[in-house]
Design a binder for this molecule. Sequence first.
Ligand SMILES: C[S@@+](CC[C@H](N)C(=O)[O-])C[C@H]1O[C@@H](n2cnc3c(N)ncnc32)[C@H](O)[C@@H]1O
Length: 256
Amino acid sequence: MSRDHLTINRDLWNRDAVNWVEVGERLWSLETPVWGNWSHPDDGLNLLPADLTGTQAIELGCGTGYVSGWMIRRGAKVTAIDISTEQLAVARRLAHEHGADITFIEGNAEQTGLPDAAFDFAISEYGAAIWCPPDVWLREAWRLLRPGGRLVFLGNHPLSLICSPLNGAPCDTTLHRPYRGMWGADWTEVEFEPSGICFNLTFADWMDLFATIGFAVTKYQEVYAPEWSSGTRGAVPADWAKTYPVEQVWHLHKTA
Ligand SMILES: C[S@@+](CC[C@H](N)C(=O)[O-])C[C@H]1O[C@@H](n2cnc3c(N)ncnc32)[C@H](O)[C@@H]1O
């Protein structure tokens, strides 16, 4: 991946922030978390520990910051980093309106500049999880966590990437891309809904990388769209996402 994904993705999110304000406002108001493109109910997913009292938590690529808001309500002290000035402006406003005392940092989740072993819990929902090269941001997350600390992240399922046409049209049931050697995709110049540069790996490569860095997998979840869903979100039709896993969640802990 030679193109400058950081500049491309930051510029994209600065331009696109205005389109996520309403979603951010809605999600900040929820008592119970929902996850991913289809607002999947938290039941059974449990991305956040029920009680975060006394823990230091970090969100890597926080966007409008609602996940950080949910963590504050569960008792954590929260730091949230994002590369986009515009996304952070919305996050800061919403945190203020909800009385949430979050430490926001404008910066790169691949190189936060924060001290080693400063956090008990780290999370990314479609933040660093998809916009940063896994071998870079996962090493940074590992460095930030204390031994035994937990990392949870949610992003696109590899199957949804291989079933995505090269021109950016919605996912279908054809294998459009090779699985072998998967690294992600450059969506900047596609015909339909151009965006940024995203990353993903094959299952074997995710597992190898976790082991190499020093993460153990506690749980792996595949997420489908809920039965009530319809239409297309994030270039994935609801009917596809009810039949095939559209998202994945990795629950890890730092072993060494
Ligand atoms: C879809 S949002 C996900 C965050 C949150 N769950 C939300 O939906 O608002 C993606 C966010 O990742 C951020 N991002 C992309 N690359 C990043 C990087 N290298 N470091 C920190 N944040 C990054 C973007 O600026 C954007 O705000």
